[in-house]
Design a protein around this ligand. Structure first.
Ligand code: IFM
Length: 443
């Protein structure tokens, strides 16, 4: 099932292959000096399964040299990682901590010493608790503090980085966390959701300005997109699906590339928008140098019969599923790559900044036989290749994730790594998918 069938040579020479991680999911917040984030608080409140948290995670704060070696030895040439804001500014503002700054110096220099391009994401979800307690993403003040943080990072590291992304997956930061309540801070309020949907984009816009003031680095943002499938032609189902697509996908990319929000969503969001939001659209839609796309799955969307916005329920199709019960649907990746190119920008360099799958992997006799993940990477790389052949400017692909790690609301139960982590001993064991990618990239 997982025989090697795609080769490095089928991609352009300047196409980069890498692996991605994020700070809270791997570093260990109790290692080194870091202030508390809203995820530490959410975990304490029982907001994650199995009472797990990011206290130790993969102990990457200590084991980063070994982890960078793993990327290098996979034949990859790029590493995507994020900075923990509370490790730099424990209160979300004020003087940066030397310990945190030194840590990312080591990681970045460690990348460069190994010939790995460092691709840094400023915010992959750990908001300093002090800012969360003052309203977090429901207030535009957080966006202003974020810009100060962006200036610190860009000023210190910008000349050594291959790229900076402002925000990872603004849909998760805003809607998933403030309306659906699945992630920190765990709110289920339409008003909080809508305000965050705008403020996280304001943070992107102000962050871009701060980065541009400090250095010449390639700056962009990473959006996650999910394919809204439909198996009905009823008007109410189409309305639910289009709203899903509007909130999940178009809200962010419309704002960034067109400076507008989708009409079908604004019909319901308008009463809850922050005052004066229109004035922010210029900063939000300033040009970016590149766009990151995180893609995982599709969901079938239909009307939920409640008559209450957003009117949608979802169900799965009959394709093979990951242990997260996410359908494996590579056509969705190709769809979004083509859509970005056709409807937003033909020229913007696009990086697939996350793609991968969870499985309940076990080490047996020193091996992890994750055949389904090997197949997953193959079919998604085929989708990328096909988009490139269609003229889409895709410039790179990052596997999610380098390591099994803290999978947010699922704690350590869901394993996304191409490298298995034993969370008792911190032993790393490359899985079959790691060797498949290594073989592809080095042979
Ligand atoms: O683990 C997450 C990551 O932090 C953001 N993108 C999706 C991944 C899998 O759920």
């Amino acid at each position: 099932m997982s025989g090697q069938h795609i080769s490095r040579q089928e991609f352009p020479d300047d196409f980069i292959f890498g692996a991605a991680t994020s700070s809270y999911q791997i570093e260990g917040t109790k290692l080194g000096t870091a202030g508390p984030s809203h995820w530490d608080d959410f975990a304490k409140r029982g907001g994650t399964v199995n009472n797990s948290n990011g206290d130790i995670a993969c102990a990457h704060y200590e084991k980063w040299p070994e982890d960078l070696d793993l990327i290098k030895n996979a034949g990859m040439t790029a590493y995507r990682f994020s900075t923990a804001w509370p490790r730099i500014q424990p209160e979300g503002k004020g003087k940066p901590l030397t310990d945190g700054l030194d840590f990312y110096d080591k990681v970045i220099d460690g990348c460069l010493a190994r010939g790995l391009e460092p691709h840094l994401t400023l915010y992959h979800w750990e908001l300093p608790l002090a800012l969360s307690e003052k309203g977090g993403w429901q207030t535009g003040d957080t966006a202003k503090y974020f810009a100060d943080f962006a200036a610190i990072i860009a000023g210190r590291y910008g000349d050594r980085l291959s790229s900076i992304a402002t925000i990872n997956e603004p849909w998760c930061v805003a809607w998933l966390s403030h309306f659906l309540g699945h992630h920190a801070p765990g709110l289920t309020s339409l008003e909080a959701g809508v305000k965050s949907m705008h403020n996280i984009l304001l943070a992107h816009g102000l962050g871009m300005e701060a980065i541009r003031n400090e250095c010449d680095v390639n700056a962009g943002i990473v959006l996650n997109m999910e394919f809204g499938a439909i198996d009905s032609d009823k008007d109410e189902d189409i309305r639910a699906r289009d709203l899903f697509d509007g909130i999940y996908n178009r809200w962010f990319i419309d704002a960034i590339f067109k400076g507008t929000y989708p009409d079908n969503v604004m019909e319901y969001f308008a009463p809850h928008m922050p005052e004066g939001w229109q004035e922010d659209m210029k900063a939000i839609s300033q040009p970016i140098d590149w766009l990151g796309l995180n893609y995982y799955t599709r969901n079938f969307i239909s009307d939920d019969g409640t008559g209450v916005f957003p009117f949608a329920k979802s169900h799965k199709g009959d394709l093979p599923k990951t242990s997260m019960n996410w359908e494996i649907y590579p056509e969705g990746l190709e769809f979004f790559l083509n859509r970005i190119s056709a409807e937003y920008s033909k020229d913007i360099p696009i990086y697939v900044t996350e793609n991968g799958m969870a499985w309940h992997d076990n080490v047996i006799d020193g091996n992890v036989e994750d055949d389904l993940r090997c197949e997953f990477f193959q079919v998604h790389l085929e989708a990328v290749k096909s988009a490139i052949e269609n003229g889409v400017n895709v410039k790179g692909y990052f596997a999610w994730s380098l390591l099994d790690n803290f999978e947010w609301a699922f704690g350590y139960e869901e394993r996304f790594g191409i490298v298995h982590v034993d969370f008792e001993t911190q032993e790393r064991t490359p899985k079959k998918s790691y060797y498949m990618l290594q073989n592809m990239l080095t042979s």
